[in-house]
Design a protein around this ligand. Structure first.
Ligand SMILES: *Cc1c(COP(=O)(O)O)cnc(C)c1O
Length: 361
């Protein structure tokens, strides 16, 4: 009898990341774009893929993609690191700056992957709390950073799952607090383009600030898996050492580059979703039994004054899938609904009208 190899002790008890997928006609549960990318993008991408030198490795530096992205962002290409989704960017950041004996601060409730990837990389997690309005209290956060001496501080803005956009002053206070203890501030802006301001303007060579973005949401390219960090060069240099060689496939690099020829269309989709978000917000705010929170993202968090899980179920019975946060600490009794097409949002509202009386006392 031989012993079965055991994974690391500190991975015991760690659960995988789960976002339950069940069949539904109207899928408003994972914050993807409801709109596919333009037809012309798909055609140009397909043509480009048919011309790949399949027997050759990709450009390791993803130079063409980074040059175009740099143009788009108004940042030097040296400040960009691209990886397979922003989750891989986050993992790369933690591999380089986290690890055993180091800590990462998160502000809960927030994106579960920050704490999860931290643990996977052996980084201890320090959980700060958001206030009742889901914002981060700048003074309390700065004190937490000072007292716990982390290597990395995560702030998600707009925050998933609450939609909260941190004011510039809070992010600046966090950056200053991080700088004082030699920590990196990572601003997860997966939904940044839906918000009124971006921490991109805080990225500079003399500030420990990294902004992480993705093609998964605004670019309608969740299937491609492409994300990027905008960071000082001394950070991207370290990240490049840690990322696996040839991490980004040629199709991924092509998709990201060609997408940037369709900025106008992307802005159009974002504007349409922001408008729909406003319509959905107003409609939900007018319904008794619900509290809807302000959102700078492509989703809304709704607190149900009644059995929220029963409402989630009742919506699903009517073909509408939203995300159930009923038992999630800090957002108990809440559902998160992704802003869909006008038709999908109407279907959600209709299902809600039918289901609400069943669960609101
Ligand atoms: C969706 C999401 C991401 C995106 O992850 P990808 O790996 O780029 O698809 C990152 N951060 C947050 C907060 C998200 O909600």
């Amino acid at each position: 009898m031989t012993a079965r190899p055991r994974p690391r002790d500190d991975l015991r008890g760690l659960e995988g990341y789960h976002s339950p997928q069940v069949p539904a006609t109207v899928r408003l549960n994972t914050n993807e774009s409801p709109f596919p990318p333009p037809r012309e993008f798909v055609e140009r991408f397909a043509a480009a893929v048919s011309g790949i030198d399949y027997h050759r490795y990709p450009d390791r530096a993803a130079a063409a993609l980074r040059a175009r992205l740099a143009d788009f962002l108004g940042q030097p290409a040296e400040r960009l690191l691209c990886a397979n989704g922003s989750n891989e960017v986050l993992q790369t950041l933690l591999l380089a700056y986290g690890g055993p004996g180091r800590r990462a601060v998160v502000f809960e409730p927030t994106y579960a992957l920050h704490a999860h990837i931290a643990r996977v990389t052996g980084t201890a997690v320090v959980a700060g709390r958001r206030g009742p309005d889901h914002t981060v209290d700048a003074d309390a956060a700065a004190a937490l950073v000072r007292d716990t001496d982390p290597a990395v501080v995560f702030v998600c803005s707009p925050n998933n799952p609450t939609g909260t956009v941190e004011p510039r002053g809070t992010v600046e206070a966090l950056a200053a607090a991080a700088a004082r203890v030699g920590a990196l501030l990572v601003v997860d802006e997966a939904y940044g383009e839906f918000a009124a301001w971006s921490a991109l303007e805080l990225v500079a060579e003399d500030a420990p600030v990294v902004v992480v973005r993705t093609y998964s949401k605004v670019w309608s390219l969740a299937a491609v898996r492409l994300g990027y960090a905008v960071a000082p060069r001394w950070v991207t240099d370290e990240l490049a050492k840690v990322l696996l060689p040839y991490a980004l496939s040629v199709p991924t690099q092509l998709a990201g580059t060609i997408a940037l020829d369709f900025v106008q269309e992307m802005r159009g989709r974002v504007a349409a979703l922001v408008e729909e978000r406003g319509r959905l917000f107003a409609s939900l705010a007018g319904r008794p039994g619900l509290t809807v929170f302000p959102s700078g993202a492509n989703f809304l968090l709704v607190r149900v004054h009644g059995d929220s899980h029963a409402l989630w179920r009742a919506l699903l019975d009517r073909g509408v899938l939203v995300r159930d946060f009923s038992r999630w600490p800090g957002v108990e009794g809440c559902l998160r609904v992704t802003v869909g097409t006008p038709e999908e949002n109407d279907a959600f509202l209709a299902a809600l009208d039918a289901a609400l009386p069943e669960v609101i006392a």
